[in-house]
Design a binder for this molecule. Structure first.
Ligand SMILES: Cc1cc2nc3c(=O)[nH]c(=O)nc-3n(C[C@H](O)[C@H](O)[C@H](O)COP(=O)(O)OP(=O)(O)OC[C@H]3O[C@@H](n4cnc5c(N)ncnc54)[C@H](O)[C@@H]3O)c2cc1C
Length: 171
């Protein structure tokens, strides 16, 4: 990204962050850019960076700290799909739409891997798959019904018995 503003470190006040974030001066006057992105969370930053990579002159406005909202305070895993079972997604968006949503999740991980490598980001990124735990028989049946369609569409999912996945409860 072509950026002209200087930054200084500020503490985040978040338990998750060992390192201070960067504070930027308040924008004064006018900003002459091709694209102006509002919000410096993971969405805005990735969009701005990607557009800049493609040669656009990009500005980014953030009213607080970069990644100071949800992007800096989450559980730290990048979910690859919405929480709905695949069959439900198909009902909502059609087969092609549901497949596209999962493909977007897959590409998100690809992009993350690529940015982590190209920018040498020390974030302990690991691609370890997704694990979905059904909380009851009904939910298990819904998820199970999605397995064939997911496999057919290139997103393999296997069912494992609860005893293989979660340690037995202590009495
Ligand atoms: C407690 C918690 C746990 C989560 N856990 C996970 C998880 O494990 N895995 C997962 O994938 N997702 C998780 N999420 C969701 C995930 O963090 C968010 O979906 C993601 O960070 C959203 O990113 P964003 O850039 O769209 O929004 P944000 O990170 O919220 O960024 C938006 C930014 O826009 C700025 N802004 C807003 N309005 C303006 C304005 N008018 N002018 C200038 N700036 C403005 C805000 O200050 C903010 O910095 C979690 C969320 C929370 C809250």
């Amino acid at each position: 990204m072509r950026a002209a503003m200087t930054s200084s470190p500020v503490p985040h006040g978040s338990l998750w962050w060992e390192e201070p974030g960067l504070a930027y001066p308040t924008l004064e006057g006018e900003l002459d850019v091709e694209v102006l992105v509002v919000g410096g969370g993971i969405t805005g930053l990735t969009l701005a960076y990607t557009l800049a990579e493609h040669g656009a002159l990009v500005g980014l406005l953030e009213s607080g700290a970069l990644a100071g909202a949800a992007s800096g305070r989450n559980a730290g895993f990048i979910v690859a799909s919405p929480s709905e079972p695949y069959q439900e997604m198909i009902a909502l968006w059609g087969r092609a739409g549901a497949r596209a949503v999962l493909e977007t999740g897959r590409r998100t991980h690809e992009r993350t891997r690529q940015l982590v490598a190209s920018l040498s980001i020390a974030c302990d990124y690991r691609a370890s798959g997704s694990f979905r735990l059904a909380t009851g028989d009904e939910e298990a049946a819904d998820i199970r019904a999605s397995i064939p369609a997911m496999k057919a569409d290139g997103f393999p999912m296997d069912e494992v018995p609860i005893s293989d996945a979660v340690p037995a409860h202590a009495a």
